[in-house]
Design a protein around this ligand. Structure first.
Ligand code: SAH
Length: 466
């Protein structure tokens, strides 16, 4: 079983430093059940490839490791990528996976273009499942299925695929994704299961698993057949989500300490929406901006960092959310010159409000779906007639994307407080009507990974008026 990782990052020889494996040497690591060989089929300044070749001994595996419960001596394990590959990855590339690089530490945070080839990957759930695992993480996926037996085409395809993955990301993230997702795709029993597996899954899944639409399925399969461990892991993930604020602040502090080119591009969907709104407000040239339905103040936090915005007003109907925003923005301890740039107001977007009139631009991120449909007419008047900012960036979920979330039962919304979720056509019809009525122009853009058939998870309308 062969796995290769290639990069065209310049100079590609950086790969050797990052992996802490010299390109001119062939090296081995011992793993339970066999050996893994590490070597570089190519290593130039333009392109470098590292290969991990698994050499498993099924008989030794069964005899020497009582914990391995393989039914037979004859099985597919030596020939496919499975949990053994994850173990080999973790052992061969442990320093890279932990995000350490002794000689060139600055490389750890650099996002590089990578191509991965898995020569034989068992995929339980077929190509759609394979895509649902990797595409939300930003991978381009090419999968070539192998027939069960080429001489008997009528037997159909096997569950084995040759898979190519391409993405631009940090190497440590790539290795963590592979470590967790290979055994998830294989979906056979793993020989490694124990209490500390929950911990390992959380460690390797840090920063991506919690936001992954297939989180539950991944956790369940990774900890196959161990119901209580799965529940424990899902419980811990939920706690992690609750602590997200702290984690995010840490990440932000880290990101700010890094030079711009190596800052990680955030991929989480909500971050993408906020980033999108920030970018639209900024490029509109606005100096005085509104965040309507500002919630807990995540966007306000981004806006405050932009000097271009001299006055920022966040409004929300929820007092509790505004309190959280107040704390998140550290309003009590901000230096006076910063503090006077920002105001938080409690108010409803369905009532005309003089305090939000006369601003240059407004963001309304994931708010309209929280309003009862009959209230939408008042909302339109309040925003587009009375407040009338020259630019409005408004986002809402794209309902067509919902079937992509496996945990969402048909006909339900993504959030219990949503009153409606629109298809792209429904949103565009509403937005064009509003724009026409109030003399605005509107353009539409997708937010998040786009599916050919159903579009992206979120949709934005950008309204402008002269
Ligand atoms: N824009 C924020 C919050 C989105 S959640 C973000 O993207 O993070 C939706 C927010 O809309 C909630 O904070 C809710 O309190 C607010 N909201 C709901 N109805 C509202 C109304 N009538 N007027 C103002 N805000 C409202």
């Amino acid at each position: 079983m062969l796995l290769t990782i290639s990069t065209t990052h310049q100079p590609a020889t950086d790969l050797g430093y990052l992996l802490y494996k010299h390109p001119a040497k062939v090296q081995q690591v011992e793993i339970a059940g066999g050996k893994a060989h590490i070597f570089y089929p190519e290593s130039g300044a333009e392109r470098a490839t590292v290969a991990l070749l698994l050499d498993l001994d099924t008989i030794g595996m069964v005899r020497n490791h009582a914990g391995i419960r393989l039914e037979e001596y004859v099985n597919d394990r030596p020939y496919v990528a499975s949990s053994f590959m994850s173990v080999a990855l973790a052992k061969a590339f442990s320093t890279a996976m932990n995000g350490t690089c002794r000689d060139k530490p600055e490389l750890v945070e650099v996002r590089m273009p990578f191509e991965v080839t898995l020569s034989v990957l068992p995929v339980s759930g077929g190509e759609p499942f394979l895509r649902r695992l990797f595409e939300p993480l930003g991978y381009q996926v090419a999968a070539h299925p192998h027939p069960l037996d080429a001489t008997f085409p009528e037997w159909g395809e096997s569950r084995y695929y040759t898979v190519k993955l391409a993405n631009t990301l940090r190497l440590k993230d790539l290795l963590s994704h592979l470590y967790v997702l290979i055994p998830v795709l294989d979906n056979e029993k793993h020989y490694w299961l124990g209490e500390h597996e929950v911990q390992k899954l959380l460690e390797k899944g840090e920063g991506w698993l919690n936001a992954h639409p297939e989180k539950e399925q991944i956790t369940r399969r990774y900890l196959k057949n161990l119901g209580s461990l799965t529940r424990q892991a899902l419980g811990l993930l939920a706690e992690e989500a609750a602590e997200d604020t702290v984690a995010e602040e840490k990440t932000e502090a880290l990101a700010e300490a890094l030079p711009a080119p190596v800052r990680e591009v955030k991929t989480r969907l909500h971050d993408q929406r906020l980033e999108f709104a920030r970018a639209v407000l900024k490029s509109s040239g606005a100096k005085r901006v509104l965040d309507l339905g500002c919630g807990e103040g995540r966007l306000l936090q981004l806006l405050l960092k932009e000097r271009q915005f001299e006055e920022i007003l966040g409004m929300d109907v929820s007092h509790r959310s505004l309190q959280i925003a107040h704390d998140r923005l550290h309003l009590d301890t901000l230096p006076p010159r910063q503090k006077e740039r920002i105001t938080l107001l409690q108010g409803s977007l369905t009532y005309k409000d003089q305090r939000i009139a006369g601003y240059d631009a407004a963001a309304i991120v994931e708010v309209i779906e929280h309003l009862d449909l009959p209230r939408l007419a008042s909302f339109e008047k309040v925003v587009f007639e009375f407040a009338r900012p020259r630019t409005v960036v408004l986002t809402t979920p794209n309902a067509e994307y919902n079937p992509q979330y496996e945990t969402l039962s048909a006909g339900t919304f993504r959030h219990s407080d949503h009153r409606f979720e629109w298809t792209r056509a429904e949103f565009e019809t509403w937005a064009k009507k509003v724009a026409n009525h109030h003399g605005y122009q509107v353009t539409f853009l997708p937010i998040g990974p786009e599916d050919e058939a159903v579009g992206a998870p979120s949709q934005a309308g950008i309204f402008t008026v002269n």
